[in-house]
Design a protein around this ligand. Structure first.
Ligand SMILES: Nc1ccn([C@@H]2O[C@H](COP(=O)(O)OP(=O)(O)OP(=O)(O)O)[C@@H](O)[C@H]2O)c(=O)n1
Ligand SMILES: C[C@](O)(CO)[C@H](O)COP(=O)(O)O
Length: 245
């Protein structure tokens, strides 16, 4: 290990404060079970599985930090990793910022990972960390698109949406998490961009900095709608059959 990498410390911030409206009625999405274990616990384990990650900061629903702390205490997690729980905000962006505010001074690299992507494999986490440590201030895992994408004119009334353009699919990527950042860059982005955006990397893009892509993974999909729960449980069943856990 070089002197430089010895002094790097990586934390994962997990925004988990969303309601999960698209998943339908029930507990906050991160607290819903996948094969009997809360989605959030799967996501925390996925981050802690990477030996690069020494701290996991969970951003809980605003009134649920105590419950989330109890939940983590009740589940087996790797002991070489530290865990913190902080209350979140009204938007994903605000929740991430509150997680960043809780980081100790010695953290130099930050991963931001959706609790709603509980099954991201360790190799994807490690690839993102390696790219940040290799000198990229912002890194996103992403996959090519399977579908053709249309840009539309949003309907204002009940009329059908009109197609405006068909972007070249070869130049598009579907972006996942964890997204990885040099800490100073991400903190600056959150301190600069005030408009609401859907991911952290786009805030860094707005600073005019280069964001790079590493290969994402099919199993890093986001649990958004009810069918995604079926897929997630099928992936866990396949892992149990092939790896025994
Ligand atoms: N105020 C918010 C909103 C979202 N998130 C988190 O951001 C991640 C990605 O958001 P998404 O999948 O959209 O989750 P929800 O906001 O819960 O989903 P929905 O839009 O269906 O309500 C999730 O892990 C979610 O918990 C958050 O920490 N704080
Ligand atoms: C961050 C993200 O997962 C990258 O694809 C995505 O933008 C989150 O979007 P959401 O609508 O808040 O789930």
């Amino acid at each position: 290990m070089s002197d430089e990498s010895r002094h790097r410390r990586t934390a994962a911030v997990i925004p988990a404060a969303g309601r999960g409206v698209r998943l339908g009625p029930g507990a906050p999405k991160a607290l819903r079970a996948l094969n009997g274990t809360p989605m959030l616990v799967h996501a925390v384990r996925a981050m802690a599985a990477s030996r690069a990650v020494s701290l996991v900061v969970v951003v809980a629903p605003p009134d649920g930090a105590r419950e989330v702390k109890r939940l983590l205490d009740a589940h087996a997690l790797p002991e070489r990793t530290d865990y913190l729980v902080v209350p979140g905000g009204d938007s994903r962006q605000e929740s991430v910022r509150l997680g960043l505010d809780a980081l100790p001074d010695d953290i130099t690299t930050v991963l931001v990972h959706d609790a709603a992507r509980p099954l991201v494999p360790e190799e994807t986490v490690d690839a993102v960390v390696a790219a940040v440590h290799g000198g990229s201030p912002a890194v996103v895992p992403a996959l090519p698109l399977a579908d053709t994408v249309k840009q539309v004119e949003p309907a204002t009334g009940g009329e059908a949406e009109a197609v405006v353009a068909t972007p070249d699919r070869a130049t598009l990527r579907a972006v996942q998490t964890p997204q990885g950042f040099d800490r100073e860059t991400l903190v600056r982005a959150h301190g600069t961009v005030t408009e609401n955006v859907t991911d952290d990397a786009s805030m860094v893009e707005q600073l005019g900095l280069r964001v790079v892509v590493v290969p994402g993974h099919e199993e890093a999909f986001k649990v958004t709608r009810p069918l995604d729960l079926v897929l997630a449980e099928a992936v866990l069943a396949r892992r149990r059959a092939t790896d025994g856990f």
